[in-house]
Design a protein around this ligand. Structure first.
Ligand SMILES: [Zn+2]
Length: 80
């Protein structure tokens, strides 16, 4: 399935393809999405990478190597 991530600060979006939700992005998926969302050359600016409402739940986490990535989850999972 395709998931669109949004950044209203830069008015950008990134599309990632995931097998199912929840899904933790691979390091390369995360890097590619972040580059599309925040075009700032010096890494991520104050936008934080994501801004505004998202179509899925997004949680900042770490991959097996301790590098940051996003864990995407279906919206319903966020309900308490
Ligand atoms: Zn930015």
């Amino acid at each position: 399935m395709r998931v669109t991530l949004r950044n209203e600060f830069h008015r950008t979006r990134a599309e990632v393809v995931v097998p199912t939700l929840p899904h933790t992005l691979s390091a390369s998926q995360y890097r590619r999405a972040l580059r599309a969302l925040c075009p700032c050359r010096a890494g991520v600016c104050q936008c934080g990478g994501l801004r505004g409402p998202q179509s899925v739940g997004v949680e900042l986490t770490a991959d097996a190597n301790g590098r940051p990535t996003w864990r995407l989850s279906a919206r319903e999972e966020l309900a308490p």
